[in-house]
Design a protein around this ligand. Structure first.
Ligand code: NAP
Ligand code: G4F
Length: 373
């Protein structure tokens, strides 16, 4: 039997790390693309480095030559194109870079496969996004809902979606898009709203932060657990025909609801007062007397700095096709479980960071006083 060889772009990201674990457990040989940076920061995959079937290679989505050479060397049977400038707000500040990586980058991967004559041997998964629905034209959104991208990120991803479809039809390649709705985890980047909230709730509960500043609290998202979603990426490539799928939980919550629940798991009950820019989350009660000094304090406030020029405010996915055709269960991890997993993780992280910082301070003092040499 021929070996399954996966090439993952974006292997250092949230999804790339979970997908690597998932494919390694299935016996795949996994190759990941990393890019040069001045600090080697690969926290999410550090535990996989040294695993016999796990290999990392330098390349960049902006560098066709590196991709062509790497695809030729690895001879993948499956490519998971997860690499992207994935932050919507950042795409307003760096629109050209976002277009280069998130749009033309997809074309570069497709052409790398064609240049190496692997059209028939290699299947391609493209990380598409619910942001394509943008200024939504219907709720909930499914595979037939019209797209209306509403940020430079979404416009770039729309190109990625269509070029995948084009190569499928023009060259008969097995390439598909997973239209994934927001998926989060304890490995989520710290500037996405969910992780920003769970980290802040943990810091506020441990006296390390006074207040959390957020943008649009009314925004609605369909949030799932990233660990559950990587299975779908694989299932999409195992389906008999190349097709695009919406991957979502089918349940919607506001940013405000996410914040209330995160603070609840950190031992703090919030009440909300005011509207718009003046809205505040105030501590109504606490589960532990050691937090009673927080009662009546404002711990969440709104800042215009986190408003977007255009914001996508009503994402709600219909995963019926994935459920029926792929046999995927969209409710493996509930919203409540997801928030609890993230808060528990961040409560421990904040406590561990505190211990490490005290140890560093003590060590510096001991060195200065000559107590340790
Ligand atoms: P992420 O944590 O931001 O990871 C992005 C990955 O892309 C990182 O490994 C990053 O490398 C890599 N990357 C960025 N620019 C690159 C370049 N020029 N060359 C090579 N690699 C580059 O994103 P994620 O949450 O795992 O999402 C994975 C994919 O799914 C992305 O395409 C995202 O747009 C899409 N998506 C995500 C969601 C979601 O809710 N998470 C929903 C729908 C679609 P560094 O570590 O070096 O920065
Ligand atoms: O967490 P977010 O930054 O995620 P967003 O914009 O939905 O994008 C994520 O999900 C997409 C799938 O739909 C992916 F394609 C994309 O790569 C990324 O993973 O923001 C969620 C919502 C937005 O409406 C935003 O305006 O939360 C609102 N929000 C309110 N306050 C905030 C904040 N977002 C961030 N990042 N920071 C805030 O302080």
């Amino acid at each position: 039997m021929s070996k399954n060889i996966a090439l993952i772009t974006g292997v250092t990201g949230q999804d790339g790390s979970y997908l690597s674990e998932f494919l390694l457990a299935k016996g795949y040989e996994v190759h990941g693309i990393i890019r040069r940076s001045s600090v080697d920061y690969r926290e999410r995959i550090a535990h996989l480095e040294g695993t016999p079937n796990f290999h990392l290679h330098y390349a960049d989505m902006g560098d066709s030559m590196s991709l062509v050479k790497l695809v030729g060397k690895v001879q993948p049977t499956e490519i998971y194109n997860l690499a992207a400038q994935s932050h919507v707000q950042v795409s307003f500040d760096a629109p050209e870079f976002t277009a280069d990586v998130d749009a033309v980058g997809v074309l570069r991967i497709l052409e790398a496969v064609r240049t190496n004559h692997l059209e028939k041997a290699c299947k391609i998964y493209q990380a598409s996004t619910s942001e394509l629905y943008g200024k939504v034209e219907e709720v909930p959104q499914n595979e037939n809902t019209p797209f209306h991208p509403y940020s430079p990120y979404a416009v770039a991803k729309l190109y990625g979606f269509w070029i995948i479809k084009e190569y499928r039809e023009a060259y008969n390649m097995f390439c598909c898009s997973g239209i994934l709705f927001n998926h989060e985890s304890e490995r989520r980047g710290e500037t996405f709203v969910t992780r920003k909230i769970t980290l802040a709730a943990a810091r506020i509960a441990q006296g390390k932060q006074d207040c959390l500043y957020l943008g649009n609290l009314d925004s609605l998202r369909d949030w799932g657990y990233a660990k559950d979603y990587v299975e779908c990426m694989w299932l999409i490539l195992q389906h008999e025909t190349p097709e695009d799928f919406v991957i979502a939980t089918g349940v919607q919550h506001t940013v405000r609801e996410f914040a209330s629940l995160a603070f609840h798991y950190a031992g703090i009950e919030l009440r909300w007062e005011g509207q718009g820019i003046d809205e505040k989350g105030i501590v109504a009660s606490v589960s532990n007397p050691s937090l009673s000094h927080l009662i009546g304090k404002t711990v969440v406030a709104v800042s215009e700095a986190f408003y977007r020029p255009t914001d996508v405010v009503n994402l709600w996915g219909d995963p019926t096709k994935a459920k029926n055709k792929l046999g995927w269960n969209p409710q493996t991890t509930s919203f409540e479980q997801l928030v609890q997993i993230m808060v528990n993780h961040d409560m421990q992280k904040v406590a561990a960071d505190h211990v490490a910082s005290v140890m560093r301070t003590n060590l510096a003092e001991y060195l200065e006083k000559g107590i340790v040499k």
